[in-house]
Each structure stands twice: as structure tokens, then as C-alpha cells.
Design a protein around this ligand. Structure first.
Ligand code: SF4
Length: 237
């Protein structure tokens, strides 16, 4: 009986892609609606969100890279935010460069623009804890695959971070280690936008990725951990 469906079904990758495209469409339309209300463009709104996670400020190049836009477009967006009193220019850590930081008004607006995708978070909340953790792990893998092909801006994810040590603990619930905070964590804690992220060298990223995917396959860590998981999955970048 299954063979019939094998023959008549579109490949699963295509159906998943179609589902993601539908979600992307709604996200875009919500961003435009929210941006109109907040008096900023979606790009400016996303830039505000990035700066909210970077209290020490970010350089223009980093903003452009993370948003996947050109330097002139980022510059135009940031100049508008500065003119509106939502962001300010400040000397960078090395004193020679310029960083952008949010003003208190910018922080307030960033908190507002961050709520744009909340309708989606509410939908994800209908999944149980194990499903949420599995979805997060799957998303990390898809985003990483896109990053490798340069089809998405590089994100500050654990799997590309020099502090990430996958599957170094016997604890099935928390098999990974973050050397930055020196603490164990699990798949459900994987970050997609961590302010403490430090890009690991390419070879170290490859090694970590191999361990993360291989061990994830052979270990029953994810499944067992997820089944045993209790309590809410923290919402974070
Ligand atoms: S939590 Fe942050 S600092 Fe730690 S491994 Fe993940 S990205 Fe790196």
C-alpha cells in the first residue's frame, strides 16, 4: 500500500520547501505590516533587532553581512535610523572604526519589531517539547547547508562557533558544551543568533559539524533527551 504513495507523492524535500515558502510569504507580509505601523522599513526593523542583541554595538559591515544586504543599502538604512534618533554612531573597540548602537528610543522600537514573528512562535508552541527540539535541530542543519553554499547570510549559530564542543558529555539531555560559558547544553538550547558567537576556523567548523551530525545519528541522545525533556523550550535568538 505504501508503494502507491511512494509513486504518487512529490519528493518530501519539495513538499517541505513548499511549506517553508508559505511560511516565508506570511512572514514577509507581517514584516511589511509591522514596519508600516512602526514607521520603519522591514530592513530597518531587522537591523534594529540585530543591534538589540549587540549592546556593545555593531559595525556596518557586520550588519550588512547578517542581513544579507549590500554595504550601501545597510548604510542607507542605518543613516535613516540615526537621523530618526533610533541609533547612534560610536567609536568601535579599536577606536579607529565606527560602531552603531541603539538609543533608548531604538531599544524600545526594537522590542516592538521583534514581536513581528510572534504569531509564528505561537504556532510553534503548539508542538510538544520533543518536536520543537527536533525542529530546531533540523533548522540548524538546513541553515548551515545554505550557509555553506553562500545562499544565506552567515548566522551566529553554535554549530559555527569556536566555543562549540558537540557531544563531549555523557549526559544525553545535555551532550554539548559551550566553552564560552563553560556549561553543558542540549539540542533544545542550540542558538541561531548568539551575541557571544565567535566564528571558528573552517577546519574546526568541519570537525565540529561532523561530530554533531554523526554522533547525533548514532546516539539516541536527541530522541531520548527530547522524550525526557520537560519544561518549556527557551525562546532565544
Ligand atoms: S552558546 Fe554562543 S558562545 Fe556558546 S557555543 Fe553557542 S554560539 Fe558559541
Amino acid at each position: 500500500m505504501t508503494a502507491i504513495f511512494d509513486a504518487i507523492s512529490e519528493p518530501i524535500a519539495k513538499r517541505v520547501t513548499s511549506g517553508l515558502a508559505k511560511i516565508g510569504l506570511v512572514l514577509r507580509s507581517r514584516a511589511w505590516k509591522g514596519a508600516g505601523t512602526a514607521g520603519v522599513t522591514p530592513t530597518q526593523g531587522h537591523a534594529l533587532g540585530l543591534l538589540r542583541d549587540a549592546p556593545d554595538g555593531m559595525r556596518l559591515g557586520a550588519i550588512a553581512k547578517l542581513l544579507g544586504i549590500s554595504a550601501p543599502t545597510a548604510s542607507e538604512a542605518m543613516n535613516t535610523l540615526v537621523t530618526k534618533g533610533l541609533a547612534a554612531k560610536t567609536p568601535g573597540v579599536d577606536k579607529r572604526s565606527i560602531s552603531l548602537v541603539l538609543t533608548p528610543e531604538g531599544e524600545a522600537l526594537a522590542d516592538q519589531t521583534r514581536e513581528w514573528p510572534d504569531f509564528l512562535a505561537d504556532a510553534v508552541d503548539t508542538l510538544d517539547a520533543a518536536e520543537q527540539a527536533a525542529l530546531l535541530r533540523a533548522l540548524v542543519k538546513v541553515i548551515r547547508a545554505l550557509q555553506v553554499r553562500d545562499e544565506i547570510p552567515h548566522q551566529r549559530m553554535c554549530v559555527t562557533c569556536e566555543h562549540f564542543r558537540p557531544f563531549v558529555h555523557a549526559d544525553k539531555l545535555n551532550p554539548h558544551h559551550c566553552a564560552y560559558v563553560d556549561a553543558a547544553f542540549g539540542d533544545r538550547h542550540l542558538r541561531l543568533n548568539c551575541p557571544e558567537h565567535a566564528e571558528a576556523p573552517a577546519s574546526a567548523q568541519e570537525d565540529a559539524w561532523e561530530r554533531f551530525t554523526e554522533q547525533g545519528r548514532v546516539s539516541d541522545g536527541s530522541a531520548a533527551a527530547n522524550e525526557a525533556l520537560v519544561g518549556p523550550v527557551p525562546r532565544q535568538g
